[in-house]
Design a protein around this ligand. Structure first.
Ligand SMILES: *[C@@H]1O[C@H](CO)[C@@H](O)[C@H](O)[C@H]1NC(C)=O
Ligand SMILES: *[C@@H]1O[C@H](CO)[C@@H](O)[C@H](O)[C@H]1NC(C)=O
Ligand SMILES: *[C@@H]1O[C@H](CO)[C@@H](O)[C@H](O)[C@H]1NC(C)=O
Length: 424
């Protein structure tokens, strides 16, 4: 009998060892491809466009940062890239080639641009695969006199998921109302307003309306939220709810440049949110001068995984930009010029120009995410965490882990909230 037991026991040990071996192997493989079920290889076309759109992210951010009228920034470079793709689809000659040039895609064929951008956006915005909420509505509005060409409607829907609509600005109030209502519907009410006014009503309008809500790889405890102050400047503080958690995160303290960087993975680890925050309250000009693609890459290379106690405002950042003049600054000068634009693929006639490019998004920082192993808190590694207390203006990026494309880039300078009483 004991012999039997021994045999069974030995078999179990052997089985266990084999299982452990498989598990280790799976773990090592998981490191290489972060999630095999979505590791479908991107085509070369999409990979090139991912790279070009990441350059656009930094170029566009820098142009906007120079605009003194802008406080908070929130842009989705892959969506702006799609809008440029749309302009190149709508345009002819110089109008079309400038749109490609802003994307540094002037040497690529039209097909490469359209197919690559479509695949990239489908890939990075797949909510099911990524377990993040990202609603994107894209619309091209034309004056009521326009007849959209069938081919253009078909192709822009196929590649860029654009809807088309006519709008009558003679009744400006109801025109605005219909734009805002559509944006609200598209985003499940999270983005109630794209704009209060439209100045130039004699051309075409591009509108992107988005809602993004990250699902953290490790959630914040919903009860660990309290009211704190966010220092917009040294003398102006806004009250915000703040959520807190300690965990293991990629962290780097750049003592020379006086700033901290933290990378927080989102669910399924297919993307992550990166925070760049100066040590002290300051206007972001200084940090923005450092914000290049190369520099961010260098910083990310220096991150080490360690215990970090993170306090993050639990707020919705809602921003609407008219990108028309910023895209013109980057070289899209013809499409936006009434006398030069050739957007004749839209209707067959050379009678339209791009009067507005509204790019509006709501980004919600909230507690939900994957559950995590509670035992973590008794572990040695979590002792003496670095403090990452997000209570003053910062820059952030949401980056796709595989393609390095930038899903969002922005800055939070002033959250919504009431001014707090000056402390005595
Ligand atoms: C999104 O991802 C899911 C699961 O990985 C997949 O089944 C689906 O086909 C994807 N959708 C698109 C549009 O790529
Ligand atoms: C990989 O992604 C799928 C959905 O596409 C998800 O169900 C699964 O849990 C993910 N695996 C990991 C390890 O995150
Ligand atoms: C993410 O996953 C959680 C847990 O499986 C689920 O409750 C949540 O609805 C998912 N969110 C999205 C946007 O897929």
């Amino acid at each position: 009998m004991w012999m039997m037991k021994l045999v069974v026991f030995t078999m179990l040990v052997a089985l266990g060892a084999a299982a452990a071996k498989v598990a280790t192997k799976a773990a090592t493989e998981k490191k290489v491809v972060k999630n095999a079920s979505v590791a479908k290889k991107l085509s070369d076309k999409a990979t090139t466009l991912a790279d070009r759109s990441a350059n656009l992210a930094f170029n566009l951010y820098q142009t906007m940062a120079k605009d003194k009228n802008i406080e908070n920034i929130l842009i989705s470079p892959v969506v702006v890239a799609s809008s440029l793709g749309l302009v190149s689809l709508a345009g002819k000659s110089n109008t079309a080639s400038q749109a490609k040039a802003v994307l540094s895609a002037d040497k690529l064929s039209d097909d490469h641009v359209h197919v690559g951008l479509a695949e990239l956006l489908d890939h990075v915005s797949n909510s099911t695969a990524r377990n993040v909420t990202w609603k994107i509505g894209n619309r091209l509005y034309g004056p009521s006199s326009i007849n959209f060409a069938d081919d253009f409607v078909k192709d822009s829907k196929k590649h860029y998921n654009y809807e088309h609509s006519k709008i009558n600005f003679r009744d400006k109030r109801s025109a605005l109302k219909s734009i805002n209502e559509w944006a609200s519907q598209t985003t499940d009410g999270k983005l109630p307003e794209v704009t209060k006014d439209v100045e130039k009503t004699d051309g075409a309008l591009i509108v992107n309306a988005m809602f993004f809500k990250p699902h953290w790889d490790e959630k914040f405890h919903e009860q660990m939220v309290d009211n704190r102050g966010f220092m917009v400047t040294r003398s102006f503080t806004v009250g915000v709810p703040m959520m807190h958690r300690t965990g293991l995160y990629g962290y780097y303290d750049d003592e020379g440049e006086k700033l901290q960087i933290v990378e927080m993975p989102l669910a399924h680890k297919l993307s992550s949110m990166i925070f760049i925050m100066p040590h002290q309250v300051e206007s972001l000009d200084r940090v923005e001068k450092l914000l290049t693609r190369e520099h961010v890459k260098t910083w990310l290379g220096k991150l080490t995984v360690r215990a970090v106690a993170i306090s993050l405002p639990k707020v919705i950042l809602e921003v609407s930009h008219d990108l028309q003049k910023h895209l013109a600054d980057l070289g899209l000068t013809e499409a936006v010029d009434k006398n030069k634009a050739d957007l004749s693929r839209i209707s067959g006639k050379k009678d339209l120009y791009l009067a507005n490019v509204f790019h509006a998004a709501a980004l919600e920082w909230d507690t939900p995410g994957n559950p995590f192993d509670g035992d973590l808190y008794s572990r040695e590694e979590l002792r003496n965490p670095k403090l990452f207390y997000v209570d003053h203006p910062f820059i952030f990026l949401i980056k796709d882990s595989k393609t390095d494309s930038i899903l969002f880039i922005g800055r939070l300078v002033k959250p919504k909230g009431d001014k707090m009483r000056d402390e005595l």
